[in-house]
Write a protein that binds this ligand. Structure first.
Ligand SMILES: NC(=O)c1ccc[n+]([C@@H]2O[C@H](COP(=O)([O-])OP(=O)(O)OC[C@H]3O[C@@H](n4cnc5c(N)ncnc54)[C@H](OP(=O)(O)O)[C@@H]3O)[C@@H](O)[C@H]2O)c1
Length: 435
């Protein structure tokens, strides 16, 4: 096979950067045999070049980004620093200089994707970001390329391993949220400050990227309705099991009548749904298109090796594209429409509600009245008392209600009505039920 040398630079040499260098070295022959590429790491930007990096002593380190940006022999820049700045500025500068950029940075891609594409349009640079969603799972390029003939209807994913690990522990062992979180932190699955993960912000950024690609219209993180997992209790999970459901933090994107739904929140799904089987820190993205129907992409959403697999896959695609001049349609921006992102109040879903009520006659009738007043019909009801995390005092009762599909705004109106009934002591939880 004809041999081609490709000089690349890395920005950042942390977990993923180290994984990329290792993979390029260990699988050099496989890559070369398949593609004829001879990838040379020409420069690596680090903050402190004097720091000891065992096994990586021979890397050509620099603390000066212009040594990369101004070197015309470097054709591809791989950004693995993370964060918004200076990563965004360095990527824009590289693209403007005609260098293709490969990145794993969901923060920059979700918020500034258009700026990056615009910067690349000036020259013949391209942008690749497979690792920014789902770590090692190939999903963005399959959506852009393999499924490009489809009209996508839905993308629904478990795209945050930390929260999936916590919810799995809660479901399998009945652990309360705080205990499962502490365990996830001890194992390194959760950060010391877990806010980004447990409040759904990380999943929101990934959904923004997924939805933008699936529905060909830019969705930014601020447009995604986001709700975290901190209010989920083992009690809700137990009730869910009685109905044949599992709870997951879902990132849901849909196109409905030309508008986009983009939301991240915990939801019950049927235990037979393929996403219900995605346990621990694993990720999966379920995508539905016309005419392909249902597809699912499954695997490791993080970690040095899996993420490096996606980055190097992008790097190879980028290098092959550089070798053959002329942009490949799959790597161009496909946000060609301006579709409205729906307010959460316009979303239609089924809902699970768990109420604490005074154990008195007539309460049920008042609750039913609240639902009736908003024209929300109840599909199922279970009366409970006591349980694993609740003592049976005999003075109050627990009521779990499941609605038929209803507009979220109507359900919120029902919740307000319930909160004004003196015998309803608390609306303990409201969880969406995804069909
Ligand atoms: N880790 C994963 O499993 C995973 C999965 C999917 C996507 N990602 C994404 O991949 C990217 C990298 O993640 P990571 O886990 O490898 O992070 P990391 O371990 O924190 O590595 C980032 C590296 O970038 C360096 N860096 C930061 N700012 C720099 C600057 N201004 N100049 C030079 N070097 C700089 C840091 O240097 P210092 O050591 O001096 O701070 C650090 O070594 C992020 O965008 C992340 O979201 C990661």
């Amino acid at each position: 096979m004809e041999q081609h040398k490709m000089r690349i630079a890395l920005l950042g040499m942390g977990t993923v950067g180290t994984g990329v260098v290792k993979l390029l070295r260990e699988h050099y022959e496989i890559i070369n045999m398949k593609t004829g590429l001879n990838v040379e790491v020409a420069k690596v930007l680090v903050r402190d070049a004097s720091r000891s990096r065992p096994g990586l002593e021979d890397l050509p380190l620099t603390e000066e980004v212009n040594e990369i940006l101004e070197d015309p022999s470097i054709q591809i820049v791989v950004e693995l620093m993370g964060g918004i700045e200076p990563a965004r500025s360095y990527m824009v500068a590289a693209l403007r200089a005609g260098k293709t950029v490969v990145t794993a940075n969901k923060d920059v891609v979700s918020e500034f994707g258009k700026d990056l594409y615009d910067a690349g349009d000036v020259g013949d640079a391209e942008l690749y970001f497979e690792a920014s969603v789902g770590g090692g799972i190939p999903v963005l390029r399959p959506l852009k390329e393999s499924l490009s003939a489809n009209k996508m209807q839905k993308v629904m994913g478990i795209v945050n391993g930390t929260t999936n690990y916590i919810l799995t522990q809660m479901s399998q062992f009945g652990r309360p949220y705080e205990e499962a979180l502490r365990e996830a932190q001890a194992l390194g699955y959760a950060e010391p400050d877990p806010t980004n993960d447990v409040q759904g912000f990380d999943a929101g950024r990934k959904l923004a990227i997924l939805a933008s690609i699936a529905f060909m219209s830019r969705v930014k993180p601020g447009m995604v309705y986001t709700e975290g997992i901190t209010r989920i209790t083992p009690r809700d999970i137990e009730y869910g099991k009685r109905f044949g459901w599992s709870v997951k933090l879902l990132a849901i994107g849909k196109e409905v009548d030309g508008q986009i739904e983009a939301r991240v929140h915990p939801a019950f799904i049927a235990s037979e749904h393929p996403l219900a089987a995605v346990a621990g820190s694993l990720n999966a993205i379920f995508a539905v298109g016309d005419p392909v129907g249902e597809t699912m992409f499954y695997g490791r959403g993080a970690g040095a090796g899996p993420t490096a697999s996606s980055v190097v896959g992008d790097l190879i695609a980028a290098a092959l594209s550089k070798r053959t001049p002329g942009r490949r349609a799959g790597d161009a921006c496909t946000c060609l429409f301006h579709k409205q992102v729906m307010d959460i109040g316009q979303v239609v879903s089924r809902y699970y509600l768990r109420l604490s009520c005074a154990d008195q006659s007539g309460v049920l009738a008042r609750i039913a009245e609240a639902f009736g007043a908003e024209d929300v019909s109840i599909a199922n009801m279970v009366q409970g008392s006591g349980g694993p995390d609740r003592e049976d005092t005999g003075e109050d009762a627990e009521l779990v209600l499941v609605t038929h599909s209803v507009l979220e705004a109507k359900l919120q109106a029902v919740v307000r009505r319930l909160q004004s009934i003196p015998e309803v002591l608390a609306v303990e939880n409201v969880i969406r039920v995804e069909a």
